[in-house]
Design a protein around this ligand. Structure first.
Ligand code: JHZ
Ligand code: ZN
Length: 622
């Protein structure tokens, strides 16, 4: 069973999958079960029993579960249509007591994985429905339990047109409140190595090589532990920067992109995040040096940093997330002692080619202690677009405090929450951006490790960034910029839940507007080309449902991306020459943050009447 799409992960561990179906004139074919594919999705169970049932319209079977020998079920409909419901009965689960309902039909061929620890049931919507499932344990009538299908606390919204037809046992089931539930966590079986071995070994992000659990879900703020709840969802999203090989299976891993704001410390964060090893590895394709603007931006910053350490004996500059060495190469050229820390091999190699000393590692307290022990404390620690990428940010802050010299400076840049909200830059949200910082959240975070924000300045890069400067408490006077930035955030309503509801509303408007425009151009026969296979574009394309029908290809100057497909939307990525040769009229500018540079490079396109489609802050053709 090649899973082409994971449609839903509404409850913890539950998966709604769409298998790849092959159609031809004879009919269709698809795999209904494949042990290796499921193992790749973290389902390592052995299935021991298959069941098959037929039921007439309005029959409701369930809600059933086995309190001992709990069964995981892989369910699907062979003929007709049902409304299928699962209820999480695992007390230790963040979605305990929640239900989810999905339409399964012979037509949509969706397959639902209901893990052990859930009650399960379905209502037949068609004249007849035939239902088939595989179970991970044997039927054990002595352990079988029922929960009342219309329990008031669960409040399941069954799409009923008349009272359902029930078995006697199901009609008398106990209420959820009185029902026995699973009080201890149920241990999932450990992956079997042989099952996990994909047929062709390749590094990177094949779903088969993703260790389980691939996603962590935060129910509390990652810094202050105050409970958090998402305020919206962008739906299931693939890994933003995993460009797909066209010849590879189109199966891919997804997680739900849903942001939340911590009402206590003001930290804006994603609720679900994939494991960092899935993102930052030897196939990581973002190279800072692909942009002239970013290259000169980092050169300028490096000059400032070098000026700061002028007069210091044997200064030591450390960069966290040094990428392809764009910033540190200027430091290396001056023969100043430095160290880049970068876990992604692809870019770390490129940095070494530039003469930048690079340690391939994730940064945290442990790495910091090791560096301090072996090379001494740092005069400057610098980080660009990386602190917001690390979910264990508290450990990173502690590491910075460990590594920094007493009078050292920690400076970093990150996309600004104020700009993201003000300009509805929803595409800044994707897996790597675990956090989007406000000045307030930065103050709160670093205060915990004795660091003080002494200056903050605006940078135009990446659609609006802030550059922060921090020292140990009381080392430098605090510039007026800090109070001014905090005041601006209050004025914008960054602490107010209503601000985020309005943001969600504007995102939906952009999504609908962009889709409408692309559909219209498609109907009129205008080809649309994309520009910049950015990480941001993954959110835009998947959230707005844009694929190669609406955007023919995307031009990008990163060799590692060319010839590949965009994640989820599977749009081919081609070199910029393909753009110049296409002779088209409309281009969706996905790298909108590089607009000036791209317009300069593609001046000929404009001269022959080419137009750019923008979607931030609103949909516009310019
Ligand atoms: P660009 C990445 O985001 C990921 P992305 C990361 N998480 C982050 O925070 C920021 O960067 C810093 C191409 N291009 O910079 C190159 C052209 O083709 O918006 C890139 O693929 N021609 C670390 O990916 C893409 O566009 C050009 O002339 O959203 C730009 O990606 C230029 C200038 C770029 O970052
Ligand atoms: Zn918090």
């Amino acid at each position: 069973m090649t899973v082409v799409q994971i449609i839903h992960r509404s409850l913890q561990d539950l998966l709604l999958m769409k298998p790849q179906v092959f159609h031809d004139s004879r009919g269709f074919f698809f795999e209904t079960y494949n042990e290796r594919e499921l193992a790749g999705l973290g389902i390592h169970y052995r299935f021991v029993q298959d069941n098959y049932s037929r039921s007439r319209k309005n029959v409701l079977r369930g809600l059933h579960y086995q309190i001992r020998q709990p069964q995981g079920k892989l369910v699907r409909v062979v003929s007709g249509e049902v409304f299928d419901v699962a209820v999480d009965l695992r007390r230790s689960s963040p979605t305990f007591g929640k239900w989810t309902g999905h339409t399964l039909s012979a037509e949509n061929k969706h397959v639902l994985w209901v893990p052990p620890g859930f009650a399960h049931g379905f209502l037949v919507l068609s004249e007849w429905a035939e239902f088939e499932y595989k179970a991970t344990d044997f039927y054990a009538p002595e352990h079988e339990r029922t929960i009342l299908w219309n329990d008031a606390d669960l409040a399941i919204e069954w799409p009923l047109s008349a009272p359902p037809e029930l078995s006697e046992k199901d009609a008398r089931g106990p209420a959820f409140r009185e029902a026995e539930v699973y009080s201890e966590p149920l241990l999932a079986p450990r992956p079997v190595a042989a099952v996990l071995d994909p047929p062709v070994q390749r590094s990177g992000s094949s779903p088969s090589s993703i260790p389980s659990p691939a996603v962590t879900t935060a129910t509390r703020c990652r810094v202050c532990e105050h409970p958090i709840e998402p305020f919206m969802s962008f739906g299931q999203q693939p890994i933003a920067q995993v460009v797909v090989n066209p010849e590879e299976s189109r199966a891919h891993f997804t997680y739900e992109l849903k942001p939340a704001l911590c009402a206590s410390c003001g930290l804006f964060q994603l609720v679900d995040v994939p494991r960092p090893e899935i993102l930052f590895n030897d196939t990581y394709p973002f190279f800072t040096g692909t942009s002239q603007l970013m290259t000169s931006h980092f050169r300028g910053w490096a000059e400032e940093l070098l000026a700061r350490v002028r007069g210091v004996r044997d200064p030591f500059i450390v960069e966290i997330g040094s990428n392809d060495g764009t910033l540190l190469s200027a430091v290396a050229e001056r023969r100043v002692r430095h160290l880049g820390i970068e876990p992604a091999k692809s870019v770390a190699e490129a940095a070494r080619q530039k003469g930048v000393t690079t340690l391939e590692a994730f940064f945290g307290q442990e790495t910091a202690q090791r560096i301090r022990r072996e090379q001494g404390p740092a005069d400057i620690i610098v980080a660009a677009n990386v602190i917001a990428h690390i979910s264990s940010v508290a450990d990173v802050a502690a590491g910075i405090a460990t590594l920094l010299k007493d009078d050292g400076v920690f400076t970093f840049e990150a996309v600004s929450l104020a700009d993201v909200i003000r300009n509805t830059e929803f595409d800044q949200l994707y897996d790597e951006h675990v956090f989007t910082f406000s000045v307030r959240a930065v103050c709160n975070l670093f205060q915990r490790v004795g660091l003080e924000l002494v200056d903050v300045t605006r940078e135009a890069t990446h659609g609006g960034s802030l550059r922060y400067v921090l020292t140990r408490q009381g080392r430098l006077p605090v510039a007026d910029t800090v109070a001014a930035a905090l005041e601006e955030e209050r004025h914008l309503g960054l602490e107010d839940a209503k601000t985020y509801q309005a943001f969600a509303q504007r995102c939906a408007e952009i999504r609908d507007g962009l889709r409408e425009l692309l559909e219209k151009l498609h109907k009129q026969g205008h080809p649309v080309i994309g520009y910049g296979a950015t990480a941001k574009s993954t959110t835009v394309l998947n959230y707005c449902g844009v694929d190669s029908r609406l955007v023919e290809f995307i031009a990008d100057n990163t060799p590692m991306k060319q010839g590949k497909l965009t994640p989820g939307s599977h749009i081919p990525i081609r070199p910029p020459q393909a753009f110049a040769e296409r002779n088209h009229e409309y281009t969706l500018l996905l790298a909108w943050n590089h607009r000036a540079e791209i317009e300069r490079k593609e001046a000929a396109y404009r001269q022959r009447g080419g137009k750019w489609i923008l979607y931030i802050p609103t949909v516009a053709v310019v």
